[in-house]
Design a protein around this ligand. Structure first.
Ligand SMILES: Cc1cc2nc3c(=O)[nH]c(=O)nc-3n(C[C@H](O)[C@H](O)[C@H](O)COP(=O)(O)OP(=O)(O)OC[C@H]3O[C@@H](n4cnc5c(N)ncnc54)[C@H](O)[C@@H]3O)c2cc1C
Length: 460
C-alpha cells in the first residue's frame, strides 16, 4: 500500500489528501519562494490533533518519506516550501485556543492558531500578547515559534523565544514530547523547547504551545526625533533606555534616503523637514497616561538642550502616532517608488551598525556604481535592514547576497536577524556560524531526525 492509502486508512480521506484531491497551489509557495515545477508532491495532510501528527510522522519515517511542515506560509526564506518530492503537513486545522490561565498569565494553543486570533483572544481577556508582524492575519503561531519571529515590539518584550513557556512537539519518528510548562522558573534539566523554537521545522513538528501574556499598556507615547549623526543616535538611545526604563518599546532609525522615500516620495508631508542626518521613531508603552507623556517630553527636551537632538515632534493623538508609523512601515508601499529591490534583514552589534552601513555601501558601490541602497533598522535590537537596487535585469541576487553577507560576517553579525535561514540563506550560514556550531547543528539533526525526513534541504 502506498503512504497516502496507508494514512487514509488510519485518518480518513479528508485529513489525508492525495494528488487527485490535494490543492497543491495553496501549498507550493511562501512570500518569496515557489516549488520548482518539476517537483511532484505526494499529497497534503491536515491533522487536527497531536496524535494525528504522530501517526503521520511515524508512517513517513518508517517508509522514508520526506515531510514538509507548514504554518501560514508567510515566511520570507523559503523554509516552508517543498523543494523535493514529499508529503506536506499543514497545521491549518489545528487552530483551537485551549486555555486562558489568568493567574499564570498564559494561553495554551494548538500550533495552527493564526497570530491575530491569539492577539484578539488575549485582548478580550484583558491581557496582551506582544508578538506583532505584518503577516499577522495569516501567519500561524507554530510558524512564529519555528522561525523565532521578532517584529515590532522586540525591544520591550523579546522575540518569540521569550514569549513561550511550554512546547509540545512530535519528533520525526512520531514520539510526542509534551512539555507544556506554565512556570517562569523551571530549571529541571535541559529546556528542550528551545530545540524546536527557531529550528524551522527541521527537528520536530510543534503541535501545542503555552504562550506568555502581559498586562495591556495604558499609555502610548510616540515621537520622531531628528539628529545629526549615528553618534547622536546612540546618545539618544542611552538617554531613552535610562529615562524610560522598561517602557521603551520602539527605537526605529531611518536614514535620510529612507525618510525621503517614506514621506515626500509617497506624497506625505514630512513631520520634520528634510536636512538632518538621522531620524528616530521612538515609542513607549507605559502604565500612567499623564506621567508617561510628561516623561517622554522631558527626555526629548533634555536631548535637545544637550545638543544631541536637533528637532522633534511628539504625537498628540493616536491618529498622529499612526501617521508617524506609516512612514516607518512605508516599505510595503515601495513598489510604487523603489522597485525591484532586494531586501536584507541582518544583525550587527549596535555600536558597529554605522560602520557596517558605510562599509556595505562602499563595497556595493565599488561593484555596481549605479547601486541605490536604502538603510533603516530596529537598531536597539541590533537589527539593520537594507534594500538594494541595481539597474540589471535580472538583478544579480546571489552576487549581491555574497557582498552583503560576507561583510556582515566580517562585522561578526548575523545573516538573519528575524526571518530565518530556510533555503535562501543556507549557503551563507557559515558567515554567521563557526564550523563547530555547524557541526553541533548537524549532530542535533542526526540525533532527532536520523533519516532526514523533516523539512528536507533546509537550514543546514
Ligand atoms: C508582510 C509580512 C511582514 C513580516 N514581518 C515580519 C517581522 O516583522 N518579523 C519576523 O520575524 N517575520 C516577519 N515576517 C515573516 C513571517 O511572517 C514569519 O517568519 C512567520 O513567523 C512565519 O509564520 P508562518 O506560520 O507563516 O510559517 P511558514 O511560512 O508556514 O513556515 C515557516 C517555517 O516554520 C516551519 N513551521 C511552520 N509551522 C510549524 C510547526 N507547527 N512545527 C514545526 N515547524 C513549523 C516551516 O516548516 C518553515 O520552516 C513577515 C511576513 C510578511 C508576509
Amino acid at each position: 500500500m502506498d503512504i497516502i492509502a496507508a494514512l487514509q486508512a488510519k485518518l480518513g480521506t479528508d485529513t489525508v489528501q492525495g494528488p487527485d484531491t490535494a490543492d497543491f497551489p495553496r501549498h507550493d509557495h511562501d512570500f518569496f519562494v515557489h516549488t520548482p515545477e518539476d517537483v511532484k508532491l505526494l499529497g497534503v495532510c491536515y491533522p487536527r490533533t497531536t496524535e494525528d501528527v504522530s501517526v503521520i510522522l511515524k508512517a513517513c519515517n518508517d517508509a522514508g518519506i520526506k515531510v514538509q511542515p507548514q504554518g501560514g506560509l508567510t515566511g520570507m526564506a523559503g523554509a516552508g516550501v517543498p523543494l523535493e518530492p514529499c508529503l506536506v503537513l499543514s497545521m491549518e486545522r489545528m487552530r483551537t485556543i485551549e486555555e486562558l490561565d489568568l493567574s499564570a498569565s498564559t494561553m495554551t494553543v494548538q500550533a495552527g492558531v493564526v497570530l491575530e486570533a491569539v492577539q484578539t483572544a488575549a485582548d478580550e481577556a484583558g491581557l496582551f500578547f506582544p508578538l506583532d508582524l505584518g503577516g499577522r492575519g495569516t501567519a500561524r503561531i507554530g510558524g512564529n515559534a519555528s522561525t523565532n519571529a521578532g517584529g515590532n515590539r522586540v525591544l520591550r518584550y523579546g522575540m518569540m523565544r521569550e514569549l513561550i513557556l511550554g512546547v509540545e512537539a512530535v519528533l520525526a519518528d512520531g514520539t510526542i514530547v509534551s512539555s507544556l510548562n506554565k512556570m517562569l522558573k523551571n530549571n529541571a534539566g535541559y529546556d528542550t523547547k528551545h530545540l524546536f523554537i527557531g529550528s524551522e521545522g527541521t527537528l520536530g513538528v510543534i503541535t501545542r504551545l503555552v504562550l506568555r501574556l502581559f498586562p495591556k499598556a495604558r499609555s502610548v507615547s510616540t515621537g520622531i526625533v531628528a539628529l545629526k549623526d549615528y553618534a547622536a543616535v546612540l546618545d539618544l538611545l542611552g538617554r531613552a533606555k535610562s529615562g524610560f526604563g522598561g517602557t521603551l518599546a520602539a527605537f526605529e532609525l531611518m536614514w535620510p534616503d529612507f525618510y525621503r522615500l517614506g514621506t515626500t516620495a509617497l506624497g506625505r508631508t514630512p513631520p520634520i523637514p528634510h536636512g538632518h542626518g538621522c531620524y528616530v521613531l521612538m515609542e513607549t508603552l507605559g502604565t500612567d497616561p499623564e506621567s508617561d507623556l510628561a516623561r517622554f517630553e522631558a527626555v526629548i527636551a533634555e536631548a535637545i538642550e544637550a545638543n544631541v537632538a536637533e528637532d522633534a515632534v511628539i504625537a498628540q493623538s493616536s491618529k498622529e502616532s499612526t501617521a508617524f508609523w506609516s512612514i516607518r512601515d512605508s516599505p510595503g508601499e515601495w513598489p510604487k517608488v523603489f522597485w525591484p529591490q532586494i531586501a536584507f534583514d541582518v544583525s550587527i552589534p549596535t555600536g558597529q551598525i554605522n560602520d557596517a552601513k558605510e562599509e556595505l555601501h562602499k563595497r556595493l558601490l565599488a561593484r555596481w556604481p549605479d547601486v541605490r541602497v536604502i538603510f533603516f533598522g530596529h537598531i536597539a535590537d541590533s537589527n539593520l535592514h537594507l534594500s538594494v537596487k541595481v539597474d540589471e535585469d535580472p538583478m544579480p541576487i546571489l552576487e549581491i547576497d555574497e557582498v552583503v553577507y560576507s561583510t556582515v560576517g566580517e562585522f561578526k553579525g548575523s545573516i538573519s536577524a528575524e526571518h530565518g535561514i530556510g533555503i535562501l540563506k543556507k549557503e551563507f550560514l557559515h558567515y554567521s556560524r563557526s564550523p563547530a556550531e555547524l557541526a553541533l547543528m548537524r549532530t542535533l539533526k542526526q540525533a532527532l531526525d536520523p533519516k532526514g525526513i523533516l523539512n528536507p534541504g533546509k537550514v543546514i
